[in-house]
Design a protein around this ligand. Structure first.
Ligand code: SF4
Length: 160
């Protein structure tokens, strides 16, 4: 049976990034994996392109109602981020995915580090909202920066 992998849609070449582009990762080219591409920000109703957004608080605080995400125009987009993340997680659960490959640094998909809320390109420790929900639900989460782990997860073992 094919491995089922939830994946940030921009990593498969879908133009869903805030700037209208994608973050295609050719290590994901593999017909032996069933990919389930999701974009939490689009699913939350934020269009593409859209103003850049950054977390002002940790994912835990934001999800418990004690924090927010704002875009570069100071608009609060917390509700859209949370709704989109939950919808995308449901897609993965319904599919029976055990893995999630997530775009690094994003306020939705970032794993381990995200932009710090200053819109100055600075990073801080933490997960994006969707990444946090994926981890909590028990999915094995892999950052798009972790190429060796991605190869191990999605690529066929070489035949000897
Ligand atoms: S990083 Fe996540 S939210 Fe951002 S464009 Fe890619 S899939 Fe969408």
């Amino acid at each position: 049976m094919k491995k089922k992998v939830l994946v940030s849609a921009c990593l498969l070449g879908i133009n869903c990034r805030y700037d209208g582009g994608h973050s295609y990762l050719n290590e994901l080219e593999n017909d032996d994996v069933d990919f389930y591409p999701v974009c939490p920000e689009e699913s939350g109703g934020l269009g593409t392109p859209r103003p850049k957004a950054e977390m002002q608080d940790s994912a835990e605080d934001i999800l418990s109602g004690n924090g927010k995400i704002v875009n570069i125009n100071s608009k609060d987009v917390t509700k859209e981020f949370i709704q989109g993340a939950q919808l995308c997680l449901n897609t993965g659960i319904e599919a029976g995915a055990k893995f999630a490959i997530l775009k690094s640094k994003s306020p939705s998909c970032g794993l381990g580090e995200v932009y710090d809320g200053s819109f100055k390109g600075k990073l801080q420790k933490g997960d994006g909202i969707f990444a946090h929900l994926c981890r909590k639900s028990g999915l094995s989460c892999i950052s798009s920066d972790n190429i060796s782990e991605i190869k191990k997860t999605v690529q066929k073992p070489k035949q000897s």
